[in-house]
Design a binder for this molecule. Structure first.
Ligand code: FES
Ligand code: FES
Length: 212
């Protein structure tokens, strides 16, 4: 029996077959996605601290910054989040007598710390002298940077009082003078996008007795 007539392919048929098989190879394989692992639960820690004279006990994700603990867990929203990267000073608070950027530190690092925020400095009825001076000298426009500016300014006067030098203190053996340069240098971590700097300086100088 001669099968040769049943299996006749032209050159065109061969080319078509080749094209079909190549395109089949080009179709991407559908690979079953690997089962996704559920995210591990956050590591929690109990944190106790004193904020504005009141004890606070919190159960926090260990990744929580002090800024977020203040704003989101204690609802003390006077402390502002500006850059969240340690560059603007809007989040400045006073921790154990020193000013820090609360966005750059974890809440769990402040077990038993004493923290003062803008709410702890004074109230609208009984303002801290620095708050009153900012109002008197118009040391703000939009006010977003103001809580951080005021906390920093309070700490600056305390630093000078305690003989802590800055990068522009000329003589480390003497008490730093409250010069314009000293105030500028020490307040340089607090950015004001409204540019209220000269009035902020006047407010600080006023509280310091007008020396700068
Ligand atoms: Fe912390 Fe800007 S928000 S320095
Ligand atoms: Fe607006 Fe300082 S008052 S950013």
């Amino acid at each position: 029996m001669d099968l040769s007539n049943d299996w006749k392919f032209t050159r065109r048929d061969v080319l078509k077959l080749g094209a079909v098989s190549m395109s089949a190879l080009a179709i991407p394989r559908i690979v079953a996605a690997p089962a996704t692992e559920p995210a591990p639960p956050p590591v929690m820690a109990k944190v106790a601290m004193e904020v504005n004279g009141k004890p606070q006990a919190l159960d926090l994700d260990t990744r929580t910054t002090l800024l977020d603990a203040l704003r989101e867990h204690m609802h003390l929203t006077g402390t502002k989040k500006g850059c969240d990267h340690g560059q603007c000073g809007a989040c400045t608070v006073i921790v154990d007598g020193r000013r820090i950027n609360s966005c750059l530190t974890l809440a769990v690092m402040h077990q038993d710390s004493k923290i003062t925020t803008i709410e702890g400095l004074g109230t609208p009825e009984k303002m801290h002298p620095m708050q009153a001076a900012f109002v008197k000298h118009d040391g703000y426009q939009c006010g977003y940077c103001t809580p951080g500016q005021i906390c920093s300014a309070v700490a600056v006067l305390d630093e000078i009082e305690r003989d802590i030098p800055s990068h522009v203190t000329a003589d480390l053996g003497k008490k730093a003078a409250l010069s314009r340069m000293e105030v500028r240098e020490r307040m340089s971590g607090n950015i004001c996008r409204c540019g209220a700097y000269s009035n902020i300086h006047d407010a600080i100088a006023d509280v310091a007795g007008g020396a700068a």
